[in-house]
Design a protein around this ligand. Structure first.
Ligand code: SF4
Length: 293
């Protein structure tokens, strides 16, 4: 009997197009995500492209203004319902980007993810957005589908975001927090933000104390060099500090840049390079580390 996980991985590798726009939808888009292990419905809470980071590898083209500047929650609900029905009715499977995939992937919504063209926690009413998605998910009886927040972690200490996370917790929620560095210097170099590194670390720890989180880290080559041994050790230390402080890390996702990115000094790691880094992280932290090259 074929190994189903290998079959899924190779099927997911077929779809390279991660476009955040689909037909005439504004806020909701389908994407085959290897980190979601299947079909993910993205909810773009930042059509204005607002972000408090400016990562060297970011693929969002901020020279072109966003299509709309505000999130219309009624439209989000309508689009999400319509997309769920479209998926269930087999419509997605007929689309050119998805038609090479088997129906057990294109009809099975693994998660609904707050992500998109910026940082979702920068929206002023995140809790309301989480409530809206949780209600649609419940009404559509998507009991096994997760609600995922993909975040740079800078806003996890906001009261409204914390309320949103509690709503997500009650609805199979999961937080995927970004951690690309082990030291303040590397953090500033890669994520290019005025947010302090210790705030990110504190937010990850506090969030992980209340529910298990996923750490997502983009590793790459900068000026042709992968993360140094010292930086990798510091990165592992930060992970161990979260666990040592009472935080729970469900998984660590290590991935690399998928396509050419605007920063001329940024390039992708090979599969072998990424796996070598992952092996060190596994050994030093004892955590479940997965790579997505
Ligand atoms: S946090 Fe995400 S959206 Fe913001 S700059 Fe970094 S990669 Fe781009």
């Amino acid at each position: 009997m074929a190994d189903k996980s290998i079959e899924i991985r190779s099927n997911l590798a077929v779809v390279q197009d991660h476009s955040r726009h689909f037909a005439d939808f504004t806020f909701v888009y389908p994407v085959i995500s290897r980190r979601s292990r299947g079909l993910s419905l993205g909810v773009n809470l930042n059509p204005d492209k607002l972000c408090n980071f400016d990562c060297v590898y970011c693929e969002v083209d901020r020279r072109v203004p966003g299509r709309v500047s505000e999130v219309n929650l009624n439209q989000v609900r309508d689009e999400l319902r319509a997309m769920i029905h479209f998926v269930r009715d087999g419509g997605l499977a007929k689309e050119p980007r998805f038609n090479e995939l088997p129906s057990f992937i294109t009809r099975n919504i693994k998660d609904i993810a707050f992500s998109g063209d910026g940082e979702p926690t920068m929206i002023h009413n995140f809790a309301e957005c989480a409530q809206a998605v949780a209600e649609v998910k419940r009404a559509e009886r998507l009991d096994r589908t997760r609600i995922v927040l993909i975040t740079d972690a800078a806003g996890l200490d906001k009261a409204d975001v914390k309320r949103g996370l509690e709503i997500m917790d009650a609805s199979h929620g999961e937080v995927w927090g970004k951690l690309d560095a082990g030291t303040e210097a590397c953090f500033k170099l890669v994520n290019r933000t005025s947010v302090r590194f210790d705030r990110i670390l504190r937010n990850l720890l506090e969030t992980a104390r209340l529910r298990p989180i996923v750490i997502q880290s983009l590793l790459m080559k900068l000026d042709g060099e992968p993360m140094s041994k010292q930086e990798l050790e510091a990165y592992c230390d930060r992970l161990k500090e979260i666990v040592g402080g009472g935080g729970r890390i469900k998984e660590v996702h290590l991935y690399t840049v998928a396509r050419p990115v605007p920063g001329p000094n940024v390039s992708r790691l090979s599969k072998e390079e990424l796996e070598r880094l992952a092996e060190t992280v596994r050994k030093r932290t004892g955590l479940n580390v997965f790579t997505f090259d």
